[in-house]
Ligand binder design. Structure first.
Ligand SMILES: Cc1ncc(COP(=O)(O)O)c(C=O)c1O
Length: 345
């Protein structure tokens, strides 16, 4: 019986059609000039996100770090949510690569309210770093795939711009926010100077992210990409997969959300497991009661049932639905959860 892999939505295999699109891609050396397929992708991303231009980069981490470098100088500070990817999972790249400090604000499941920002601007005084950038993550990974409320996003961006701060959206899973709410991608991006989006998460491409913004910002971002070693040659191979993903894998994200709800129903019915929080998109995080052991032990019991997932803290488990997990696999995973929860330590 094949393992049902719910560790992340990054584990997807490129489909036959995607591989064909990659094999047939028209390519050129993108460092020496332009690659026609990368250009098509970058234009498509810019159009979808409502920005003037976009740049293909190898990873979401690089897209975020380019954005930090683009907006900040050494001695500047970025304000972000305490559980966000930029703050926790990029090796403090803002500090290592850009000499930037970070000021984390505590959100509820990663969701921030505009008023939390209101006293974050440092006084203009030689003792302090210069507050320069606001970064928001939507959907919020560590928060459990939570969606930032649009009115709060708008209010945060408006406040930031009123105070001369730049705004960056880590939209690694922004297509999920659109699939769940019907709010178009460009609307979510409206208040942001730059936006990063990933093709290698729920969209199912093997590699790649993009950073979008003004033409001028993206021209500078292209220089920073080269500095960081992200200039790539016949990159149309990767761009073709991303284009295929944008065309064919966005609408279907609602299926992943339905699958997350099915897992959530099973978890909600078991009194020793607790959804934390109830899922809004494709990420399901739940707390395992100590009477069932630790999260790591629960994950091990699920692995024995051919279901792979991750311990997300001492008592928390994360499952992520994606396009390589179909309805039948979800039904099997639900049964596995029930069995794993009946065995006590
Ligand atoms: C919200 C968020 N931003 C950025 C990234 C980084 O993406 P990558 O793994 O492509 O560097 C991730 C990866 O999981 C993520 O969840």
């Amino acid at each position: 019986m094949a393992m049902i892999d719910l560790r992340s939505d990054t584990v997807t295999q490129p489909s036959t059609e995607m591989r064909r699109a990659m094999a047939e891609a028209e390519v050129a050396d993108d460092v020496l000039g332009t690659d026609p397929t990368a250009d098509r992708l970058q234009q498509a991303v810019a159009d979808l996100l409502g920005k003037e231009a976009a740049l293909l980069v190898p990873s979401g981490t690089m897209a975020n770090q380019i954005a930090v470098k683009l907006h900040c100088q050494p001695g500047d500070e970025l304000v972000c949510e305490a559980g966000c990817h930029i703050y926790n999972y990029e090796q403090g790249g803002f500090a290592q690569l850009s000499g930037v400090a970070a000021r984390p604000l505590e959100g509820r499941y990663g969701v921030l309210r505009a008023e939390q920002f209101h006293d974050t601007i440092r006084p203009d005084n030689e003792h302090f770093v210069r507050t320069r950038l606001v970064a928001i993550e939507n959907t919020h990974n560590r928060g459990g795939g939570t969606i930032q409320p649009l009115e709060q996003v708008d209010a945060i961006c408006q406040w930031a711009h009123q105070h001369g701060l730049a705004t960056h959206l880590d939209g690694a899973r922004l297509p999920h926010a659109t699939a769940a709410t019907g709010i178009e991608l460009h609307r979510w991006c409206q208040g942001f100077d730059t936006v990063s989006i990933c093709f290698s998460k729920g969209l199912g491409a093997p590699i790649g992210s993009a950073l979008a913004g003004t033409r001028q910002a993206i021209a500078r971002a292209r220089r920073i990409r080269k500095l960081l070693g992200g200039g790539m040659r016949q990159v149309g191979i990767i761009a073709a997969a991303a284009l295929h993903a944008l065309q064919h894998h966005r609408q279907r994200l609602v299926e992943d959300h339905q699958h997350a709800q099915m897992l959530a129903q099973t978890i909600a019915d078991i009194d020793t497991l607790e959804l934390d929080p109830p899922p809004q998109t494709n990420i399901v995080v739940f707390r395992v009661s100590p009477e069932l052991g630790t999260a790591a032990q629960f994950v091990q019991r699920l692995a024995a049932e051919q279901v792979a997932c991750l311990a997300f803290g001492p008592q928390h488990v994360r499952m992520v639905t994606h396009l390589d997990v179909d309805r039948a696999a979800i039904e099997r995973a639900r049964q596995a959860i029930q069995r794993a929860a009946t065995r006590r330590t």
